[in-house]
Write a protein that binds this ligand. Structure first.
Ligand code: FAD
Length: 288
């Protein structure tokens, strides 16, 4: 099923998992997935590694989710991909019944200055998908606090508008801990003519250093409420995780109150911690 059709009916609740490296077994992730299925997500998405590192396993993961009867969205990037590579991957997806793709540029691997493929930006990938695979449901990334390399938020939003014009069906956002900043972004994209549903990406707060690294690395802000979790519990991983889960639950509730179209939890394949968060929030039921 196309996720755009689910979004027409309801606010979605979904999970992102990341694919194991090509030389690693799939089984641990398959167990994680079966734990996540218990929360009846509307869909699962699976990351696609830059530089080709995760290619094989991404498709294997997507195939396994689809075969289990759950809806899947594959991520796909421009990194290192020629037109023939794109055609090959999406044709294989079609053969597996995978109808949803998150079209991304991807981050450049260390030492690269471009994508080293036939597409420079996500919107070029969208045009290609649209021309060659017209039935595909295409999602795109959005950045409530601006993509780190964009010259301004307005310029970044203009590119989001261009992705809409090229056939994108919905937006999945970068992590964002600042709900007020998200609210301002939502207003600005609507003023810029972006009418697409917006699914908000939630990065659970579980570990101090990785949370800081990912947030700062993506140019996102750490609001005072989150900073105080770092300040109070930063030296005690167990207390930090407990406080981080409570913070994440509060964040999800605030986003739902802000009037979003969906919540997408970046699970980092931590199904036990994510399970605690979902149970604590009751959000899986509340947003249906
Ligand atoms: P684009 O939309 O192409 O934008 C990239 C930058 O270029 C922006 O600064 C934009 O403003 C600018 N730009 C866009 N078009 C033009 C143009 N025509 N001219 C000049 N500048 C332009 N990465 C992975 O490798 N694998 C994943 O699975 C993955 N999953 C992700 C999931 C989500 C929800 C998000 C938000 C990100 C994900 N990423 C993933 C990271 C993503 O690839 C990076 O954020 C990347 O740097 C930008 O991707 P994009 O699709 O937003 O790029």
């Amino acid at each position: 099923m196309k996720i755009s059709d689910i979004l027409k009916q309801k606010r979605t609740f979904s999970f992102e998992v990341f694919a194991p490296k090509p030389d690693k077994p799939l089984e641990p992730l398959l167990s994680t997935l079966s734990e996540l299925y218990a929360f009846a997500p509307d869909f699962i998405s699976c990351t696609y590694g830059a530089g080709g590192t995760n290619k094989g396993r991404s498709l294997d993961v997507c195939a396994a989710v689809k075969a289990s009867g759950h809806e899947i969205m594959t991520h796909f990037t421009c990194i290192g991909n020629t037109r023939a590579d794109v055609r090959d991957y999406i044709t294989k997806c079609g053969g597996l019944g995978i109808e949803n793709v998150l079209a991304l540029r991807g981050d450049f691997p260390a030492g690269w200055e471009g994508t080293r493929g036939d597409f420079r930006y996500a919107d070029e990938l969208l045009s290609f998908f649209g021309a060659e695979f017209p039935g595909l449901c295409m999602a795109v990334a959005g950045y409530p606090e601006k993509h780190i390399a964009a010259e301004s938020l307005d310029a970044d939003i203009a590119r989001l508008r261009s992705k809409q014009d090229k056939g994108a069906a919905f937006v999945v956002t970068q992590l964002c801990y600042d709900v007020d900043a998200y609210g301002r972004y939502a207003e600005r994209i609507r003023r810029a003519g972006v009418t697409l549903p917006v699914v908000v990406g939630i990065m659970p707060v579980l570990f101090k250093e990785p949370t800081i690294r990912t947030t700062v690395g993506n140019g996102c802000s750490i609001p005072a409420e989150l900073a105080s979790v770092f300040g109070k519990y930063g030296d005690d991983p167990e207390s930090f995780k407990k406080a981080g889960k409570e913070y994440t639950v509060g964040l999800m509730e605030r986003f739902v109150r802000a009037g979003i179209d969906g919540l997408h939890i970046y699970t980092m394949n931590k199904h036990e911690d994510v399970g605690d968060i979902v149970r604590l929030s009751g959000i899986g039921n509340a947003i249906r």
